[in-house]
Design a protein around this ligand. Sequence first.
Ligand code: SAH
Length: 218
Amino acid sequence: MNRQYQDARNQLIDSLRKRGIVNEHVLQAMLNVPREQFVSKPFKQRAYEDVALPIDKHQTISQPFTVARMTELLEIKPGDSILEIGTGSGYQAAILAEMGVKVFTIERHFELYNEARRVLKDLYPDKPIQSRFGDGTIGWAEFAPFQGIIVTAGAPEIPESLLKQLAIGGHCIIPVGNERSQVMHCIIREDEQSFADYPLEDVSFVPLIGKQGWSGDQ
Ligand code: SAH
């Protein structure tokens, strides 16, 4: 593997640790995944800066700190089934796969779905990653319940379908707010009927567009 990227990746992991990421499994996964494979050519040199970068269709690959933070909040165990809404570049899905879980990821832009699927197949031919093209706000009932659900786009409210597909004890990590800024929420399903909702830090994501998200064609 390219030495220059290796050094930059080590530095990024150090800075994530300094910013408060404590889960060693998450840090190890971030160390294992080549982020440069998920960004477009003009941005490869910047792949290990702790910033979000543009991908096709006016979308973004999330900032590494945000990816690490959301992954940590999921509190996953190997073998869990995790649903991701918003595949984008596929980077977050790769981190989840490195954590030893079964990944189910949905993307509403066909080009992004296709490209992410290609990169993920290429890097992880043997890992359990299933991709789907479509509206993720309605979840993926066929494979529910999920021990974790991670929404990587900003929602106007928490989609009811996703809560229904969350396993008891499972965590749903989702940014909720307006189209420009949101608050990260961690929702824990305590039993069949009750959910604990913990609002956390302010964040800024591209909008979640769909039946139980924003309407629009971005
Ligand atoms: N997790 C991604 C971040 C992508 S940005 C990564 O690691 O790169 C958010 C993505 O959510 C965009 O690609 C956008 O097209 C997608 N998205 C928005 N609304 C969606 C919906 N209802 N269903 C599926 N994907 C959606």
